[in-house]
Structures are given as C-alpha cells and as structure tokens.
Design a protein around this ligand. Structure first.
Ligand SMILES: Cc1cc2nc3c(=O)[nH]c(=O)nc-3n(C[C@H](O)[C@H](O)[C@H](O)COP(=O)(O)OP(=O)(O)OC[C@H]3O[C@@H](n4cnc5c(N)ncnc54)[C@H](O)[C@@H]3O)c2cc1C
Length: 392
C-alpha cells in the first residue's frame, strides 16, 4: 500500500506553482499538495513581469549574471533547465525576441492561465489569505498560519521577496527562516531606480540612449549600454536597473553618462571643433534632446575639451537606490550555504527552498524567472528520486 505524503508549498508565486505542477505530474496519487498563499490570488507578481509581457528566460544564460553565495549550485541549476521546452510541455507557446524569451501572446496572463489550469487539473489544493508565520519540527512538520496549523511531511519555502510590493511586505518570510536558526543574508533592493544629485528637473521625462557607467573613486564598477530615463528623483530605465545590481550600501558612486557612445573621444573632439569653427549660433541645437541641449547651452563653454567631456562623461552623484517597493528583485535571502545542491536545507530533512527566497538575484533579462522555474525543477527531481528510492 502506498502511503500518501503531504507536501506543503509556502507561496503561490512562479516557483511555488510550477513546483506544485511538477510534483503532481511526477508523483500523482503518492502525494497530496497544498499551496499556502498569503495573497487572495496566485501569481500576482508574475502578472507584473516584463511590463505585463513576462520575460521568461534568456539565450545568454550564465551564472555571471547572478549575485549569490554559491555560484556553482546556481550554475548547475540554471544549466539543467530548458525553459522553452518545459513551457512548451505545459502548453505555453514561447518565442525568442533576440535573446529574450517571451510567451507568444506577450501576456503574462497567459502564463498564469496555463500554470493554474495545469495545477487545478492535477488536483493541487490552493489556500489563499493564509500567511505562514512559523514552522515547527516534530514527528511531521507543523506549519502555522495566522489562521490554523497544517501538518506536512515535506515543506517547501517559495515565499519570494518583498520586491515590487506584490508578494507581501511583511517580514514573516525571513522570520520563519530565522526562527529555524537559518542564515538569512540581509535583503536589499536590486534592479531599481537610482537617486542622484543634482536632479535636473527640466530633464524629467527625457529618455536618452547611450552608455552609462557606475563609478567608484573614478573606477568603473559596471557599464551598461541602453536607455536611461531622467525622473524627478534621479534616473530610471533598464540600464539604470542593471547598474543598481552592482550598488552596495555605504559606498560612494557617480554615474557617468556617455551621450555619444557611437564616437570615440578623438572623433568627437574633431567633430566638435569642426562645428565650433563653422560658428553655429546655436551650437547645441540638433545634437541632443532639446531639453538637454538647452541646459548645456546655458553653461557657455568655449573649450572643446570641456564640451567633449560634457558629451562623453557627464557626471551625476549617486545618492542612493530606491526602496523595495519599486525594485524588481531583492538581493539576499536564505543563504545557499544552508542548502545542498538539491536545495534541501541541510539541518532539516524534507525542507527545501526555491526561487527568490534564496540568496540568488539575477539581472534584468529573464534571469530571475529562469532561476525561479529552474530551482523548482531541481527540487521536484530530488523529491521524486527520494520517493522512488523509498518505494523500491
Ligand atoms: C515589476 C516586476 C517585473 C519583473 N519582471 C521580470 C521579468 O520580466 N523577468 C524575470 O525574469 N523576472 C522579473 N521579475 C522578477 C520575478 O518576478 C521574480 O524574481 C519571481 O517572480 C520570483 O518568483 P518566486 O516564486 O520566487 O516569488 P514570488 O513570485 O514573489 O512569489 C512568492 C509568493 O509567496 C507568497 N508569500 C510570501 N510570504 C508568505 C508567507 N509567509 N505565507 C504565505 N505566502 C507567502 C507571496 O505572497 C507570493 O505570492 C520582475 C519583478 C517585478 C517586481
């Protein structure tokens, strides 16, 4: 007679829902799966991803695009997972746009529909408005929510992070781990806007394409080519989000903007000289966005060197990054030093962690969802192996 094991997954986000599907597919009647979710509905954050289009993965997948404390585990997990193939198996038609993988519908909603259809058809039980506040180890695990206590043979942490304010803002996710005496790396926002000085109010809403460098003591920490948006607090846009991943508290940074990254300094120097010799009355007009040209013109610069510096190395002081509310991910979370390569917590048999609750944060470009799904895939394989070994 097969004994049915009860598996509780905490969090109905991307990693939790995907894991519930995989476990039910692999173990069928051998397991009962309950997903406890504090929100009133599942996959709230997933719906907001990629501006509602859900950038699922990236052709250029490497651990170098992640910040974590166990690079080799992460490398192996992301390499072993083929998002296109797995989504196809769920019934989600995906296409690459350049390196970025999206659902063909370009709607995160279709990812949610496909996942929830699968989970519901397989018989996964979802309980909403159930905030888990602690876990206790006794004969089985006791999972306490604000409302009641559940018993489980396996518990999987899939609580994500507070980034974007879509997966709850309370600290319960980290408190649960700390009560179990697990090492939690402090969570800090990543993929987030930056505050600067000065804030050039008249540039608010202006988008520029160029190359942007985060500098510390005049040394380049990271460089991004792309788009930047000036705002009333500082700067935003994908390039800024990427740079924010390299920001560390209590360090002093500057942002260097290269407005003319299509020209090297020498060529731009020649061009500026030529333009000055032509004696244009309105030297800056026609070079950059009108609001930027107007601002630069007021400086009344006459030296070619100074003008070229303005164009290729315009500096803003970075005073900080914005909060978790507007961040896409949080760095930090459960240290990977607490888990084995199957993401099982070493100190607690049958306790696992998947997705962003782990100390793994990727750059923009589908890396975070790739890890959320790939880590769920890894844990599903590990639990399946254990079930089969026991039933031999
Ligand atoms: C605006 C935005 C855009 C993004 N765009 C992209 C993108 O295009 N591509 C990409 O790869 N990544 C993107 N990300 C990041 C990506 O969405 C996350 O990394 C990913 O969703 C993490 O999945 P997860 O399952 O680990 O956590 P989540 O999706 O955060 O799910 C965790 C779930 O656990 C629940 N929970 C938490 N604590 C408890 C508790 N104590 N009890 C019960 N339930 C609990 C939460 O309510 C939540 O539903 C974006 C993020 C944001 C905010």
């Amino acid at each position: 007679m097969t004994i049915v094991k009860k598996i509780i997954i905490i969090g109905a986000g991307a990693s939790g829902v995907y894991l519930s599907i995989l476990l039910k597919q692999k173990l069928e009647y051998q397991c009962e799966i309950i997903v406890l979710e504090q929100n009133a509905s599942p996959l709230k954050k997933l719906l907001a991803t990629g501006n509602g289009r859900c950038n699922l993965s990236n052709k250029d997948m490497s651990v170098d695009y992640f910040s974590t404390d166990q690079k080799d585990y992460v490398q192996d997990i992301i390499d072993q997972f083929d998002m296109l193939k797995q989504m196809n198996e769920l019934g989600l038609y995906c296409v690459y746009q350049g390196n970025l993988l999206y659902p063909k519908s370009e709607q995160a909603l279709s990812v949610k529909q496909v996942m929830m259809n699968c989970a519901n058809e397989l018989g996964v039980s979802f309980f909403y408005n159930q905030e888990v506040i602690s876990i206790e180890q006794s004969k089985r695990y006791l999972v306490h929510t604000t409302h009641q206590t559940y018993q489980a043979d396996y518990v999987i942490f899939a609580m994500g992070s507070e980034a974007g304010k879509l997966s709850g803002v309370n600290n319960s996710r980290y408190d649960i781990l700390k009560k179990l005496k697990l090492d939690v790396v402090k969570s800090t926002p990543s993929l987030v806007q930056m505050t600067t000085l000065p804030v050039i109010k008249e540039w608010k809403g202006v988008r520029v394409k160029g190359t942007f460098s985060l500098l510390e003591n005049n040394q380049c920490i990271h460089k991004e080519k792309g788009e930047l948006l000036f705002t009333d607090y500082g700067v935003s846009g994908i390039a800024v989000m990427q740079l924010s991943a390299f920001y560390q508290e209590n360090h002093q940074y500057e942002l260097s903007i290269d407005f003319f990254d299509d020209q090297d300094v020498k060529k731009l120097h020649e061009y500026v000289e030529l333009r000055m010799n032509k004696g244009y009355n309105h030297f800056y007009d026609g070079l950059l966005h009108n609001k930027i040209s107007t601002y630069f013109a007021r400086r009344n610069l006459t030296s070619t060197l100074e003008i070229v510096k303005l164009f290729k190395d315009f500096r803003l002081q970075v005073t900080g990054i914005r909060s978790y509310e507007t961040a896409q991910v949080m760095k930090g979370g459960l240290s990977l030093l607490e888990v084995n390569h199957d993401l099982q917590i070493e100190k607690y048999p049958h306790l696992y962690a998947v997705g962003e609750i782990l100390n793994v944060a990727g750059l923009c470009g589908g890396y975070n969802l790739h890890f959320a799904f790939a880590s769920a895939y890894r844990v599903a394989q590990a639990i399946e192996r254990e079930f089969h070994a026991k039933n031999k």
